[in-house]
Design a protein around this ligand. Sequence first.
Ligand code: SF4
Ligand code: SF4
Length: 469
Amino acid sequence: MTTIANRPEPMLLPEYCKGCGRCIDSCTKGCITLGTEINPLTGLVPVVLDLERCNHCGLCIEACPEPFGLNPEGDEAAFEVIDPAHVSGPRPFDAPIPEPWPDAIVPLPERTTLVVKGTYAAAMGAVLAGCRHVFGYPITPSTEGAELMAKVQPALGGVFVQAVSEVATVNMMYGAGGAGKRCITFTSSPGFSLMLEGVSYLIGAEVPAVFVNIMRGGPGLGNIAPEQADIKLACRGLGHGNTKAIVLAPATPQEMLDLTMLAFELAFNYRNPVVILGDGYLGQMTGQVRLPDHMVVPGIPEWAVWGDHSHRGNLICSIELSEVGLEQHNQALDAKYARMAAAEQRADLHRCDDAEVVLVACNTPAQLAKGAVKELRAKGVKAGLFRPITLWPFPVDAFATLLPAARHVVVVEASSGQLEDELRLALSHADLPLPSLSHVRRQGGMLPSQREIVDHVLAVSNASLERVR
Ligand code: SF4
Ligand code: SF4
């Protein structure tokens, strides 16, 4: 039988003690006092034990909120702090050039077409892109992507962690991405808002990560219907400071898969987060999906904070206290953004060759606009659909090719004008003239219907065409 007398004495591990003093209050024998010396490993002041009068009651061990602050004597070996230098040697002053550890592309056999919903398709794209680290906090209408990952990642030797919040999620992505790992999260508008401080850190530290944001109605909690509420946030507001990221806008479950695979490629090419903006319908919509002809087995990038000797000199961090240094860092980021803007514009042009009326739409509203184009063409209106696939950078170069023939532009969107603002900004920055322009908008989770689009085009653009003639 265990008695107080034969219980072990408490043992303090100073490197785990934060000096809170709770153990002092719990000890009726006065064995524990506040310390006076800073522990060089932690910068904190651990308590001091004098166990001459200790009766082994164990109350101090119970009182300690730290998992390893106070422990029963005899467990010392289990808590020995091992310097990582014993594995890879001391941290070098002159960092060696890391050995290359490239990605491998594995061909896949042809498979029959699947029928899956958009969130599942994005999860499959992530798996095929070599993502084995998934962090998330559930939020409708994105949760099914995380649910599927929770099932498949353990079977693939990967990791799925449901974090305590979106803030914790994005910081887990910072850690995994900093180690050169491909990581993703599934979230929706209010959750994405919470992640933005971390996104700014990721961009500042040049850490790749992929965010799938299945947008819903706002502001605030709004509802769970498919508003395109976060175009402004993703294109213009990714946290504090000089932040930009490539923003992809899929319109079908197939594109949810394809663009998620592309997102990892872009994230690692540019060492920058990539945002995939879907909407609530697209996340839940079921559609045919063809698997690609290859998958990726990722290597370890040379910049990664990785535990082998050749990566020992690496450091990932977003702080730069020198004003000159921070300006130079921002100038380097600006140059990277310029490279993205020049090379990564993507758009789908549907029946635009001779279009006098150009509809501009993305995500699910683009599907409705496509139906409107067909109906308008049947009525003799030369209509076309310009669908930006990258919302940032906006594909203004492709749009510029339509301006000579376009008499009128109609922006179709499920928001208060966030896509139209991106179009207007892109035209302004490119010194291009603003065409005759109007819009069909719905909010609150309502989508513009094909009927509304056709009626608007017939009413507005015909009047505009008449004026021009
Ligand atoms: S085991 Fe009991 S008596 Fe001993 S230091 Fe802890 S609280 Fe005090
Ligand atoms: S309760 Fe734990 S963390 Fe707090 S002072 Fe005591 S040993 Fe340190």
